[in-house]
Design a protein around this ligand. Sequence first.
Ligand SMILES: [Mn+2]
Length: 396
Amino acid sequence: MEPIKNITTAETSNSQTEFTPLSNRRGVGGEALLSPSDITLWHDLLAASRHIVITCHRGPDGDAIGSTTALASWLRRRLPEAVIHIVAPTIFPDFLKWVPGAEDILIYEGHEDEVRPIVEAADLIILCDHGELKRMWTLGDVVRDHPTPRIMIDHHLDPEPGIADLVISHPDLSSTCEVLLRIILQLEDGLVSGVAANPLPLLTHSEAVSLYTGMMTDTGAFTYASTRPEIFELISILLRYGIDKDKIYRNVFFTYSPNRMKLMGYMLYVKLDVWKKAHTSLMTLTNAERRRFGALNGDTEGLVNLPLQILGMKLSIFLREDTEHPCIRVSLRSVDDFPCNEMAAEFFGGGGHKNAAGGEVWGTMDEAVALVKKAVQKYMTLLKSPLPSSPKGEGN
Ligand SMILES: [Mn+2]
């Protein structure tokens, strides 16, 4: 067995960031996110509100469902007089239905007549996990037209100017759930000790489950966007609330139907196109193929990640016909520095993060594939250079 290396030497030789001892920082979980004026505004906005609507982006993911359910539950405990609704623009995948509080989420699309009055009755709207009203589709128009204060809690790049009265935007953090947990810790003065100053429990078990779900899903179970030590400090706090992280993992990831498993095999065996020189792969899925495998919406979730397991692969592109609208949904996943969000914004009218982004093509599958080829061509210089040989920290 090799002798244990000096930790400091190992850190500095392989990481771009200096390791800051815990004692030098604000407290467990990292720096405070809210300024004193943010905190005042937060309290003022909430104190004046009796009907709060919490929303997220369309096609809610684990972070959207986790952050909205945790926030709703936490606010209900603090503001017992307030009526608090969660409104999602569209349905969310079945594998998130077990998240505590998800059963109470109202779906806007298809229920516009019942849900619109609830949004229009709100005296405060809190936007979670996105920074652009257009990411809520038609619900975004309702919110835009409704003159009520808004708070935004998010971690996407470039929030829409003027989207909210209080913008809490931290693109450097893993997930909206991480941002929310840090806000809660700060507001409860629990940053230093991890123990709430407020007599109410800092979090409930259910809230901890919701928050962990969002942090886990937005980092691919901590395989990306999770190199900063703070995220594990935050997880250690959540674990103290008795969450079963292994069960949460199984609830989210071990939920394949036999059809989904077969669809996955079909996609990899028949539909995977690998462009070796560009270190890029493409998979396409039509609605006819979807029907052949009896695949539901959630059954395509995560397929885009699979080709990145091929040695040397930098970018995986997945195109699928939308089941509701005449468009092709585009998913992009990358490793290292390839900017999926830039490609998504430039070619597919979308956005996202460096390593995970998406968009749409309003056209046929052939047109979408042609556009993908153009996009890959445009980014060829970045794509064809070989991968760095040794792993490095994220440096942020
Ligand atoms: Mn997110």
